[in-house]
Design a protein around this ligand. Structure first.
Ligand code: BG6
Length: 492
């Protein structure tokens, strides 16, 4: 069955930072794919804006190159490429001065048919407030305007509050779309479908039936030329504050009353607020931070973090932690989170470990029933697997076997799995904020993260080491094994 494509309303997307890395790797390819599928109405345009001195024609050539690099050849037909490139315009703008803003306004006014105007700030967060100011000053904000921003949304609670205030002066909350690209991933949305479109799981989704939850986001890449940004951020700010906590919220939230954005975001917020603070007295036992040393990457030997950086640093490229949610549903159920660069494989998954059967009726030589687990693999090879026990087929008595009920996306759906940005960029136009973070969510997440940093400072907790190409430091393994559990190292 082919997917039904419903075109969105006409829009103008202005991409500040239109010549940058994000625009090249993600934004232009995502909008191209949506156009190729026939989802962009004729009147929709894309306006690249940056300090580079380019004509619209040169910008089209730049975009063509980006598409050639980031879109597979069999997804690049001449007519769809030409149709997409014809939508592009370019304006040279200096965000820090008044130069170029009138030109942007006349470019937008040229074809104004009352369409939605989305401003995507693919620039450093230091410019979010400034650009919002300028947009306002030049009369470019009205009811149909939308602002799209992406992390880092602050580096602690205070700076996040300042940022929310700076953009909140010009845009209403329902006009602000804070991207967490993990929420655009198919399996993440599938978690909502799985939990709330099946009656099967919800009765079991609590501390009576779930033993613990693991969330792993492991990467094989290092800091990839982003050392300047990364060293000021580290794994806790770069990954846990946003992506991992968002995943935790979707697993742990109460069933919302509807699929409306605020119904879901209200429930996520309650989870963030119920996270047990990781204070000085427990930070040592419940968190591990570490840095990779020289070892192996997917293509051979790799340097350690400090050599890549070229100076000394205490920044963690790995964080493992044990979170607890203080409410009735989750009391006593640990959520183990870990993320790191240069780990053994690229693998992101959520694993729900159910409790064991209360009593086994099987003889010892049949095997001990292994607890059920539900594995949601986000990447690579998106899949949902429910592990169950069955009888090993054949004669010879009763032997138990642990097997997955396996729903692999690639095997079950012929369609290309869309990139997260394809969904998110058009949700902005649809005005659907379900997969975007509200200001209070971002702030609640920072409040909890700030507590961990404070705990590390107060206890002078050491930054451990792990060899590149492994599953992280031994202290992370010890942290979970102390509780009688083990990490699911991509083995299912
Ligand atoms: C980004 C982080 O938000 O997510 C990067 O800044 C990280 O450090 C990336 O590599 C991971 O995203 P994905 O989609 O490749 O898992």
């Amino acid at each position: 069955m082919t997917r039904q494509i419903i075109p969105v309303e006409p829009f103008d997307y202005v991409i500040f930072g239109g010549t940058g890395d994000l625009a090249q790797r993600k934004l232009l390819p995502a909008l191209y794919q949506r156009d190729r599928d026939g989802q962009l109405p004729d009147a929709s345009r894309l306006i690249g804006a940056s300090r580079s001195d380019l004509s619209s024609e040169k910008y089209r050539a730049f975009a063509k190159e980006a598409l050639e690099e980031h879109i597979k050849p069999d997804e690049r037909e001449d007519d769809s490429l030409n149709r997409f490139l014809a939508r592009l315009d370019y304006v040279k703008i200096d965000a820090l001065s008044d130069d170029g803003w009138d030109a942007l306004r006349s470019t937008l006014d040229k074809n104004d048919q009352g369409q939605i105007r989305a401003y995507y700030l693919a620039v450093g967060p230091g410019l979010f407030g400034t650009i919002s100011n300028q947009l306002d000053k030049f009369g470019l904000i009205d009811d149909r305007s939308r602002l799209v921003i992406e992390k880092p949304l602050g580096r602690d609670l205070e700076s996040a509050q300042e940022l929310n205030k700076a953009i909140g002066k010009h845009f209403r909350e329902d006009q602000i779309f804070r991207i967490d690209h993990y929420l655009g991933k198919e399996t993440v949305q599938n978690l909502l479908a799985l939990r709330f479109a099946n009656a099967l799981f919800e009765p079991l989704w609590n501390s009576s039936h779930i033993d613990h939850v693991q969330i792993t986001v492991a990467e094989t890449v290092g800091v990839e030329g982003r050392a300047g940004y990364y060293d000021k951020s580290g794994a806790l700010r770069d990954m846990v504050q946003n992506h991992l906590l968002q995943l935790l919220c979707l697993v742990a939230m109460e069933p919302p009353a509807s699929g409306e954005a605020d119904a879901i975001r209200d429930e996520k917020l309650k989870v963030l607020r119920a996270l047990k603070p990781i204070t000085e007295d427990i930070v040592g036992a419940t968190t591990v931070r570490a840095q990779y040393t020289a070892g192996a990457g997917p293509d051979g030997k790799v340097e350690g973090y400090l050599d890549e950086l070229g100076e000394d640093s205490e920044t963690a490229t790995f964080v493992g932690l044990k979170a607890e949610i203080e409410n009735w549903r989750w009391s006593g159920v640990p959520f183990y989170l870990r993320t790191g660069k240069r780990m053994a494989m690229r693998m992101s998954e959520i694993v729900i470990h159910f409790r064991p059967v209360p009593h086994s009726i099987f003889a010892k030589d049949a095997g001990i029933p292994i607890s059920n687990k539900l594995v949601l693999r986000l990447q690579p090879d998106e899949s949902v697997k429910q592990w169950i026990m069955i009888k090993d087929p054949g004669p010879g008595g009763m032997r138990l076997k642990h097997v997955p009920l396996d729903m692999s996306f690639a095997e079950n759906f012929e369609e290309r799995s869309p990139d997260a940005y394809e969904r998110l960029l058009l949700d902005v136009i649809r005005g659907n904020q379900t997969l975007f973070m509200r200001s209070d969510e971002v702030e609640a997440a920072w409040r909890w993260i700030d507590g961990i940093f404070a705990g590390w400072d107060e206890t002078s907790q050491k930054v451990r080491n792990y060899t590149a190409g492994t599953w992280g430091p031994s202290q992370s393994i010890a942290m979970i094994e102390r509780d009688g559990r083990t990490w699911n190292d991509g083995d299912s």
